[in-house]
Design a protein around this ligand. Structure first.
Ligand SMILES: [Ca+2]
Ligand SMILES: [Ca+2]
Length: 217
């Protein structure tokens, strides 16, 4: 058993060494929208010491604007619930409890100020579209990271350009959860830098143990 863990830990380490940004799989969303180019399929997230990146994969090729920069023509938003007990709690809020919105199509970042959504003018998300994928990167400081304690909840929404109606939501209900928040991921990366390999191995062991228990239970 120990040997298996050791080998697995090594392979995890080498994967992380390779690019220093382990992609964390958040989930798959069904083929539930007629327009494949705004139909979200797989959602990922990754982070390093300073930035967080989201990856949206769609069922079809993402349509882009004609003029540079290459941004999605239709609307893609990432909703984050970073600070527990704070956020948009209006009755008609599309996502109750959200406190940050990142827009892929406009590169804008909004924060909930207690009453309404306020654009953070100093923040610009870096957005890249390639085939079926959209990557959205922003600084950790832009997403109220300093206020984060515990889990971070993430939800993605897509709309046709200018449409009032949401065409796709991923997940279909609830949120994806980044367990332990960003600090746990950042910690993973620091570990991968070779400072705390053993600690990482033990974390992987714990995680695997939990996975095994979950699959048994
Ligand atoms: Ca979908
Ligand atoms: Ca969906």
């Amino acid at each position: 058993m120990m040997l298996v863990f050791f080998v697995l830990s090594l392979s995890v380490l080498s994967t992380i060494y390779a690019d220093c940004l382990p992609l964390l799989y958040l989930g798959t969303d069904p083929d539930d929208v007629e327009d494949d180019h705004i139909d979200m399929k797989e959602l990922y997230c990754t982070t390093n010491a300073t930035h967080i990146t989201f990856l949206i994969t769609c069922y079809g090729e993402v349509e882009t604007r004609k003029k540079p920069p290459t941004l999605p023509r239709n609307e893609f938003r990432v909703y984050l619930d970073v600070v527990a007990g704070w956020g948009d709690s209006r009755r008609d809020a599309p996502l109750e409890g959200a406190d940050v919105i990142i827009e892929a199509h406009s590169q804008r970042v909004y924060r909930w100020n207690g009453k309404k959504w306020e654009r953070k003018k100093t923040s610009t998300a870096q957005v890249e579209v390639e085939g079926n994928n959209i990557t959205i990167t922003c600084q950790l400081s832009d997403i109220q990271f300093e206020g984060a304690s515990g889990d971070i909840r993430i939800c993605f929404i897509s709309k046709l350009e200018g449409s009032k109606e949401v065409q796709d939501r991923a997940p279909d209900s609830g949120w994806y959860t980044l367990e332990g928040g960003i600090s746990s991921l950042t910690f993973l990366e620091i570990s991968a830098a070779g400072l705390l390999g053993l600690t990482l191995a033990s974390r992987v062991r714990k995680r695997l143990g939990r996975g095994l228990r979950d699959s048994e239970g």
